[in-house]
Design a protein around this ligand. Structure first.
Ligand code: MN
Length: 268
């Protein structure tokens, strides 16, 4: 039974994603949905942040930041946010579009489904899709799970689950920070849910998404140097520590509920 859970979990994720995609009517937006939330209605108006993809490349689009580049100061500086979003994330989007443009058969898929079936992709594009599809997915989540005037502590079922799994919220943060600081080289640190419904802290290298390991990403922090170096230089632990001040808990709680829903469908 357990052996069949992962593929079922993936199927459920896929089915749910298709459902989300169907509710979106704006052209290419369906490719942005995946695990991603609909933009928060509380988002503040911001400077133009959308960078148009190259002509003819519309598989995915760079989502607009739901706040201004300087909105997360003093914890993340405006220049880092601008370069991170308009250069790094944009580059993942453009590279993914470039490669998918050459494979029309793949254009009907979502980024998640591509990542879930990497082995079936032509070998010559597999690592490009893994890196840039993962980069797009990870960053699209990252912008949403942060917000100005946020931080604090989670509430509701997520708070309970964190207490039960890690002992306390502080213990969770400490383990998460430790894992993030210990990730050698570029990568991410995650809070993710496994197919059994358990929360775990995991790290991934490069732009690998937890979905490659059949884990549902609930919260993730980017520990590539491009995410913090201008302000924190080599002090990654300080960045990890201060980052909690910009975590958008309502959005993280929404993602947790979504993961639980998928997991419960699996269990029933
Ligand atoms: Mn990044």
């Amino acid at each position: 039974m357990l052996r069949t859970l992962p593929s079922k979990f993936l199927k459920l994720i896929t089915i749910s994603l298709i459902g989300i995609a169907l509710t979106l009517t704006i052209g290419a937006c369906e490719h942005l949905s995946q695990f991603l939330p609909v933009a928060s209605p509380t988002a503040t108006p911001t400077e133009p942040a959308t960078v148009s993809p190259a002509a003819g490349s519309t598989f995915v689009e760079l989502p607009a930041l739901p706040y201004a580049y300087n909105a997360l100061e003093p914890y993340i500086d405006a220049q880092t946010m601008e370069i991170h979003h308009s250069k790094h994330h944009a580059a993942y989007v453009n590279k993914l579009n470039e490669v998918i443009q050459q494979y029309p058969d793949l254009q009907t898929q979502t980024v998640v489904s591509l990542l879930q079936s990497l082995e079936s992709l032509p070998e010559e594009i597999r690592s490009t899709v893994r890196n840039n599809g993962g980069g797009h997915l990870n960053h699209s989540m990252f912008w949403q799970i942060m917000a100005p005037n946020s931080g604090g502590t989670p509430s509701g079922e997520l708070a309970t689950a964190l207490d039960q799994t890690f002992g306390s919220f502080d213990a969770f943060k400490q383990q998460f920070n430790q894992a993030g600081a210990g990730q050698f080289g570029s990568g991410w640190v995650w809070l993710a849910m496994n197919p059994q419904g358990q929360l775990q802290i995991v790290t991934t290298s490069n732009q690998d998404s937890p979905i490659l390991e059949n884990l549902y990403p609930i919260l993730g922090n980017d520990v590539w140097e491009h995410a913090y170096y201008l302000q924190y230089q080599n002090r990654r632990p300080e960045y990890l520590d201060r980052w909690w001040n910009v975590v958008n808990w309502p959005e993280v709680e929404r993602r947790f509920a979504q993961a639980q829903e998928l997991q419960q469908q699996l269990a029933s």
